[in-house]
Design a protein around this ligand. Structure first.
Ligand code: ADP
Ligand code: MG
Length: 455
């Protein structure tokens, strides 16, 4: 089967991976359908020969699951993956064997990937035996010695009879790399390969991986939550959020000119390399939602600093975002309305208190601004249009009277966004591809809404 791109080695087409497809006890009790974990959702990605493709994103966003799909440790629930022009799920027996040689994975924890009861020699020779490579013991031993030298475990003879527990973390990871390399693969998925290693030896292992890439003609997928490593290692980078790729492109573009608000927020959290460089505004709020029940529309919208107001919104971007946060908190019962009602006998005061709490942003600690710190905000400091403030006050009175339905209806009418309604498609913008309504057709040519100065 031909691929549409001669340079591509791996093509991931609309791949999803769901876990826990059966109904849980809770699902049965509530009489609802199973709520699987959507670990990877509708991922499209092309990996070119000779590239290092970075996969970045917060813990739990699906990086490892995607990596395991690429080496066929998992089968996709939907979609397909093409390796060198062939559909991985349709490999014949003979092709499967070839595939197992050509595709390897290096895991985060070398202690887990190495059998503690096997010597270095036994660990590294094992893939040769399994794949029936090499001409007898002597040939295999030579191959093992060669690859150990290549990964910097020299002289190899000194390592052959060691057990994993006798090695340092860095040496163990080098053995794991040797084990992957010994079958002479084309493609290696490296899942956080240095995150368990001492910081002082990381650079050595990373540089080794780069050298091996040239020497062995490898294509890598390099998975990391550490953006400075991604910057250092990868030609291209894909940013994942809650199972989906939100942006991808040449690493330089993704890093220096991020288009997706999530990418921006991620790089915000990384200390700038150059001292004195201005840090971008902190703009991500709240926690990563549950992948069993991801938000509608753009999955990032509940945390996004740039959530798009309707055409007729006359206030600031910040005020709109706070209003949306308020709505979401009402939906999730996150505002302690009853407590506040008990504290303030006078309804007007109670309304103020609910709004002061509900309209504050849940910024991560390091980005909390003094005065906003205890999770309340001065309503007058927000540039809320009168109509919006009226809707908020009226909805809050409904809440205080226990009428959540009417409250939600008013909030929905005032604070509605395309980001909540529609899932954005990946679209070309600049040199990267971004899934964000700011770059979608309906708001094309519209300048990114100017950041508001109120915080
Ligand atoms: P990452 O590597 O980015 O931290 P993972 O791919 O490990 O993310 O996990 C993505 C999501 O899928 C998480 O919510 C995780 O709890 C869930 N998950 C991963 N593996 C399994 C599994 N075998 N069974 C059920 N859920 C899983
Ligand atoms: Mg992981």
């Amino acid at each position: 089967m031909a691929t549409n791109n001669a340079d591509s080695l791996v093509e991931i087409r609309n791949v999803s991976k769901l876990f826990d497809l059966s109904q849980s006890a809770i699902d049965q009790l509530l009489g609802r359908e199973a709520q699987p974990v959507r670990a990877v959702q509708n991922v499209d990605l092309t990996i070119n020969r000779g590239d290092i493709m970075g996969i970045a994103g917060e813990s739990g966003c699906g990086k490892t699951t995607l990596g395991k799909l690429l080496v066929k440790l998992y089968e996709p629930t939907e979609g397909r993956i093409m390796f060198d022009g062939r559909d991985m799920s349709e490999l014949l027996r003979e092709d499967q064997r070839e595939f197992r040689e050509r595709v390897q994975m290096i895991f985060q924890d070398p202690f887990e990937s190495l059998n503690p009861r096997m010597t270095v020699f036994q660990s590294v020779v094992e893939p040769l035996k399994i794949n029936d490579i090499g001409d007898g013991y002597q040939d295999r031993r030579e191959r093992v010695v060669q690859v150990l030298n290549d990964v910097g475990l020299a002289p190899a003879e000194a390592y052959l009879n060691e057990f994993p527990k006798e090695l340092s973390g860095g040496e163990r990871q080098r053995v794991a790399i040797a084990r992957a390399l010994v079958v002479n693969p084309d493609f290696i998925v490296c899942d956080e390969p240095v995150s368990m290693l001492d910081v002082s030896i990381r650079a050595g292992v990373l540089n080794l991986m780069k050298e091996l890439q040239d020497e062995y003609g490898l294509t890598y997928v390099f998975i990391s939550h550490d953006l400075s490593l991604i910057r250092y290692m990868c030609d291209r980078t894909a940013i994942m959020y809650l199972g989906s790729i939100v942006e991808q492109g040449p690493t330089d573009d993704v890093v220096n000119n991020p288009k997706h608000p999530y990418t921006e927020a991620l790089f915000d959290a990384v200390p700038e390399i150059e001292p004195g460089a201005q840090r971008r505004r902190a703009n991500v709020t709240g926690e990563v939602p549950n992948p069993r029940n991801p938000p509608s529309g753009c999955r990032f919208h509940p945390r996004c600093a740039k959530i798009i107001p309707p055409e007729d919104w006359s206030g600031s971007q910040d005020a709109f975002r706070r209003g949306c946060n308020f709505k979401r908190r009402v939906q999730t019962d996150d505002i302690p309305v009853e407590e506040i009602a008990e504290e303030y006998a006078e309804q007007r005061r109670a309304v103020d208190a609910v709004l002061e709490t509900g309209l504050s942003l849940e910024l991560p600690d390091e980005h909390q601004i003094a005065g906003d710190g205890r999770g309340t905000v001065d309503i007058d400091s927000l540039d809320l249009p009168r109509q919006a403030e009226n809707a908020l006050r009226s909805a809050t009175r409904d809440l205080l009277e226990g009428n959540e339905e009417d409250a939600m209806e008013q909030l929905d009418r005032m604070f509605n966004s395309i980001c909540e309604r529609q899932s954005p498609e990946l679209r070309q913008s600049g040199d990267q591809v971004t899934a964000c309504h700011l770059y979608g057709s309906s708001v094309a040519n519209r300048e990114t809404i100017a950041p508001d100065a109120s915080d």
